[in-house]
Ligand binder design. Structure first.
Ligand code: CA
Ligand code: CA
Ligand code: CA
Length: 207
C-alpha cells in the first residue's frame, strides 16, 4: 500500500472527524475565518476591517500607501462590505458580531442556493481582486498576494499546499469555478475532506 500525501491527509481528516462532529468542523472554520476577516480584532466585522484588508492586499502587491492603485483596491473591499454584508445586517446595523456572523453563516450549510448566491457573489468579488492580470484565473503568485492580505503569517509551503488543494484539476491555475467552489465550501461545507477547507491554509481541524 502506498501512502500518498492525499491519503495521509484524508486519513487525518477521518481521524479528526471521528472526534469532531461535522457541524463542529464547520463552526470551527467559520470562527477561524471570522477572526481573520476581523482585521482589527475587536470582535466585530465592520467597514474599517475592509479598509485594512484593502490596505494589506495593496501592500502585498507593492502599491504605495495613499496611491491610486491602493485606493482602487480599498474601494473594491468597501463594495464587498456595502453591497454584500451591510444589506443583510438585521435591524440596519453597521457591524456584525462574531455570534451573528456564525449564526447566519451556519444557515448556509442547509441552503445551497443561498450559499451560492451570497458566498458565490463574495467569491466573484474576491476573484476580481485576486486576479490582478485579469485573465480570469488566479495563479500561485496572485494567490500568494491575496493570501498575504487576508491571512498573513502563512508560510510559503502552506500557501503552496493550500493552492494545490484548491486547484482541483491540477493545471496550476484557480479557475473561476475552482475559486468560487473553494470559497463556498470553506464557508458552508461540513465535509472534512472538502478541498475548499484549505482556502485559509491548513484547515483548523488539522492543525
Ligand atoms: Ca473588527
Ligand atoms: Ca490571473
Ligand atoms: Ca485549476
Amino acid at each position: 500500500m502506498t501512502f500518498t500525501g492525499t491519503a495521509v491527509v484524508a486519513a487525518r481528516a477521518v481521524h479528526y472527524a471521528g472526534i469532531m462532529a461535522d457541524s463542529d468542523i464547520l463552526t470551527a472554520k467559520i470562527n477561524y475565518g471570522f477572526d481573520h476577516l476581523d482585521v482589527d480584532g475587536d470582535g466585530r466585522l465592520t467597514e474599517h476591517d475592509h479598509v485594512l484588508m484593502g490596505q494589506r492586499v495593496a501592500a502585498a502587491l507593492g502599491h504605495e500607501p495613499g496611491s491610486e492603485a491602493e485606493a482602487g483596491i480599498i474601494a473594491a473591499y468597501l463594495r464587498i462590505w456595502r453591497d454584500l454584508h451591510l444589506p443583510h445586517i438585521p435591524g440596519g446595523g453597521t457591524e456584525i458580531s462574531k455570534e451573528q456572523f456564525l449564526r447566519s453563516t451556519l444557515t448556509l450549510a442547509t441552503d445551497p442556493a443561498a450559499a451560492q448566491a451570497t458566498v458565490g457573489a463574495l467569491a466573484e468579488a474576491f476573484l476580481a481582486i485576486a486576479d490582478t492580470d485579469h485573465d480570469g484565473e488566479v495563479d500561485i503568485a496572485e494567490f500568494r498576494n491575496f493570501v498575504a492580505g487576508h491571512f498573513p503569517g502563512l508560510s510559503d509551503a502552506e500557501v503552496h499546499d493550500a493552492f494545490a488543494h484548491l486547484d482541483t484539476d491540477g493545471d496550476g491555475h484557480l479557475s473561476t469555478e475552482e475559486f468560487t467552489r473553494a470559497t463556498v465550501e470553506y464557508w458552508s461545507s461540513a465535509d472534512p475532506d472538502a478541498p475548499g477547507n484549505w482556502w485559509m491554509g491548513t484547515p483548523i481541524y488539522l492543525r
